[in-house]
Each structure stands twice: as C-alpha cells, then as structure tokens.
Design a protein around this ligand. Structure first.
Ligand code: PLP
Length: 487
C-alpha cells in the first residue's frame, strides 16, 4: 500500500484517456460534477473496501465513496454475490418479482413514513415525482425550497441551488433567483419560493401569507450539499407543524441521509415524519435505484397522497425501474447494514475523525478551520464563522484554501469531495481514520508554511489546473463556475 506521504504522483495515463474521452464524451465525463476533480478528471481501474486505484496505479484512501452510495465500501462481497445471482435469473421482467416485494416490505418496516412506495433509478426522478404528486394532492402549483439545497438536476429544481455572493442573493425574504444552468424555461422560476434554510420565523411568515399557492415544502434534513449543516433544533418539527396547519405536503429529500444516518433515515434520527421521503445513494451500494415513499393519505382530512399513484391519477413510470440487480443490491446492502449494526460504528469513527481534524487544525495554527457534521458525513471549511447555518453562511468560506487542501490531500492519496465533504463507510477502520488525520495534519502544516512564504512563491507552487474547481465559487460570474456547487 502506498503511504499517505506526499509523493510526486503521475497522472499521465489518466490525462491521455481524458484527451481521448473529450472527443466522444461531452467534457470527457458522464456527469457534470466529475469534471471538477483534481488535478483533472481521473480514470479509475478498480476499487475495494475503503480504497480505489486509478489507471496510473495511484492508490486512494476514499472518503468520497462515489458521492455517498458506497456505505459498505467498494465491492462488498455480499452485494456482489446477490447481484450476480439476481442477474443470472434475468435482468428485467417488465413485471413484478419477489425480491422487489421483499425490498418494499423491508423499507416499509424500517422507514417511519413509508406506507406506500415506488422505485426509480435516481434521486432526481423521485424528487420530480414527489413535486408532481404534491401538486396533484393539493391542487396548488408552487413549492418552497431552500437556498443551497440540491434536489437533482431537473428543470423544476434548478433555481436556488447556488448563487455567486450574499449580495447577489439579495433580500432574505425574497431572494434573487439564480439559474443553475442555461436552457430553463422562464416560467420555471415562478414555480418555487426559495428561502434561506434554518430560519423558521421567516418560513412561518412566508407560508402564513402565501400558503394558498403552496403545494409542498421540500428540504434536505441535513444540508449536506453545502456545508453538512444540521437543522437547528425545532426547524424540521416547525416544517411539520406548518405543513399540518396549512395542508401542505412535507417532502424530505433523504437521498444523502437515507441509510447513512440510520436504517430509518433522518426521519427516524430526528423523530420527524414527513409526508413523502426520497431515498437513493447509500441504499444499494452504487447500483442505480431510488425510492419515493410516503403516506397513503395526508393532512387532517386524509386527502389521497401516494394513493394517487396507486390509483393512476398521478403517473410514475420507468422502463428500468426495480431491475433485478439493483433490487438485489439494495436488499443485500440493507441486510449487511442491519445484521452488522454498522451505524454506531460510523458515528464513532466519524466523531473521532472530526475531533482529530480539529486538533490538527488547532495545533497547526488554522484557527478558522471549521469541522461540521454528524459523523457518517461531515464537512471542513475555512471560515470566520463559529457555526455555519445556511447557504449564505457558506459563502463566507475561503474557497481557495479549501481547494488547496483538497488538492494536497489527493496528492497524499486521500480522496475527499471537492466541497470539503467526507463520507465514511463500514469498510473504513480506525487505522484509516488515523491515516486521514495524519495526512490532513501534514497538509495543514504545508499550507501554513506556504502562507508564510511570499505571495509570489505561493502562486508558483499552485498546480496548473484550477484546484478550486470542485468547490463553491463566490463572486464567480460564469454559469460554469456556479454549477460547481453540488455533489
Ligand atoms: C439531496 C439530494 N437529492 C437528490 C439528488 C439527486 O440524486 P441522483 O443523483 O441520484 O439523481 C442528490 C444527488 O446528489 C442529492 O444529494
């Protein structure tokens, strides 16, 4: 195994393949977020447990876990076996199968609000279906979403994901909407009311004034896509109460928190049951499956909700939905998570990791290094704030420092998501956590000595590629830069 010392790594083969890929894959990648790797998009060859290897033979201790799904680590044998067996029995029936039923029954048992459900391939699809369903169930068009949250890449949620600066976001009560991409119809911005997160007073005010237009409130339970920010005490409960009071649908987007905070997701962890929940990522160890699950009926007058899909009033469909290997992967993943009681260990390792990073930062003179999160996932950033509570707060962070940290960690063979997010898996050991802390300490020391050198020396030390490319870019004018916020 390569140590996590800084060694001059070569990325020659990846670079060659990337050059080739750029002739056939748009931007050389299959998802926008993969463009922003350091030193450039890399090609990987294999992965096992907590590690993966690129085509140049570089080894990485992996805290990205493929953006979250690999909660058991890479290539878990029980998952691979289940997928193989299921595939040998056929791949897709365009019909029902027993394992699909067993998975649904398992989810119903584990997830508090999962009375009825439908499987899709991705979180984006389920978010889309949830909003359609909420509109149908309430007869209202708009929904409330929060600044900096990510609910997939579809049109109806492509405003409010990012913004170049606090000034550009404008008034808290009536924020300026920034499109995340070109190609959005003008009217799409009218479908949503975007608000800063974690501000219950503001939310109550807006909902009490405008509830007759609003079908749903959608939120990540922990703001994982920007800063790994926990909800303020009472915030999720407050959303629940508002939805009950005004007959709105409460949609909890658990694509990240699902199976990561526990088997019942954030709704079990925080003790707040939404009307609809969306799970994906960690449910199936990297196989494409997501679920929209929720109550048959909702509100004081028991209006139909998931029942509308059951009755065919609201359409949900998909050729590949609940294909055999994906269902088998989900069943096997959940079986291991449940059988081996993985979550307490994830929290323990995560807490030790966060504490170790805080100590390393303190001892290397990085007083503005903030570590925030719950353990199974957490975030690091340089900020003058002692607590980050919403997207606007994240814009106070020093993105250049974060970018340098991510680059130097990768050079030491530790792979971290560009926006400072760490994910832990059942495959990580205490030794891996100590290795991560040691690498971070060395990087923090290096950054300190760089910052005390002259500015020109520091600039000369920067790599050719834009090392801030996978992080938030405050003040960035271009769409390209603003798109880098999530995932
Ligand atoms: C909270 C949240 N919702 C939805 C999505 C979209 O899921 P997918 O990438 O599977 O479409 C993501 C993806 O990262 C997410 O983090």
């Amino acid at each position: 195994m390569q140590s996590h010392n800084s060694t001059a790594r070569s990325y020659f083969c990846s670079q060659e393949l990337l050059n080739r890929a750029q002739n056939v894959l748009a931007g050389g990648v299959s998802s926008e977020f993969r463009k922003f790797s350091t030193p450039h998009p890399l090609f990987y060859e294999r992965a096992s447990g907590a590690r993966l290897w690129d085509v140049d033979g570089n080894e990485y201790l992996d805290f990205t876990l493929s953006q979250g799904p690999l909660i058991l680590g890479h290539s878990h044998p029980q998952v691979l076996k289940a997928v193989t067996t299921a595939s040998q029995n056929g791949q897709l029936f365009a019909g029902q199968h027993l394992q699909e039923l067993e998975l649904a029954e398992t989810l119903q048992r584990l997830i508090p609000g999962a009375e009825l459900m439908r499987f899709s391939l991705s979180g984006s699809e389920c978010d889309h279906a949830a909003l359609r369903l909420a509109r149908a169930a309430t007869g209202r068009d708009k929904f409330v979403r929060f600044e900096g949250h990510y609910h997939g890449w579809f049109d109806n949620v492509a405003y409010g994901v990012t913004g170049p600066s606090v000034e550009a976001l404008g008034d808290r009560e009536n924020p300026t909407l920034h499109p995340w991409t070109q190609g959005l119809p003008d009217r799409i911005g009218d479908e949503m009311i975007v608000l800063p997160w974690n501000d219950l007073e503001l939310l109550e005010k807006v909902v009490s004034e405008r509830h007759q237009e609003i079908a749903a409130i959608i939120t990540e339970p922990v703001m994982c896509n920007n800063g790994c920010i926990p909800p303020q005490p009472g915030f999720l409960e407050g959303i629940r109460a508002l939805c009950d009071k005004y007959g709105l649908v409460f949609i909890l987007d658990e694509v990240i928190t699902g199976f990561r905070l526990g088997l019942g997701g954030a709704q079990e962890f925080f003790g707040v049951t939404p009307d609809l929940g969306i799970f994906g990522k960690a449910m199936a160890s990297g196989y494409p499956i997501a679920v929209l699950c929720g109550k048959k009926t909702f509100g004081a007058d028991n209006r139909p909700l998931m029942q509308m899909i059951a009755d065919g009033q609201v359409i949900h469909a998909g050729t590949m939905n609940s294909c055999n290997p994906c269902v088998a992967a989900a069943l096997a993943t959940i079986e291991v998570l449940e059988g081996e009681n993985v979550h307490p260990r994830l929290f323990e390792l995560g807490q030790a990791f966060m504490e170790g990073l805080r100590t390393a930062a303190r001892e290397t003179g990085h007083d503005d290094f903030l570590v925030q999160g719950l353990g199974p996932m957490f975030n690091v950033q340089w900020t003058p704030l002692s607590e980050v509570r919403d997207y606007r707060d994240t814009l106070a962070g020093d993105k250049a420092k974060l970018g340098r940290f991510i680059t130097l960690m990768a050079e030491r063979g530790v792979r971290v998501i560009g926006r400072g997010l760490f994910y832990l898996s059942a495959a990580h050991t205490s030794a891996d956590i100590q290795a991560g802390i040691a690498a971070a300490r060395a990087v923090l020391e290096q950054m300190k000595s760089e910052s005390s050198a002259s500015i020109s020396t520091r600039e000369a030390a920067l790599p050719q590629q834009d090392e801030t490319a996978d992080v938030l870019t405050p003040g960035a004018a271009s769409l390209e830069a603003r798109r880098e916020v999530a995932i």
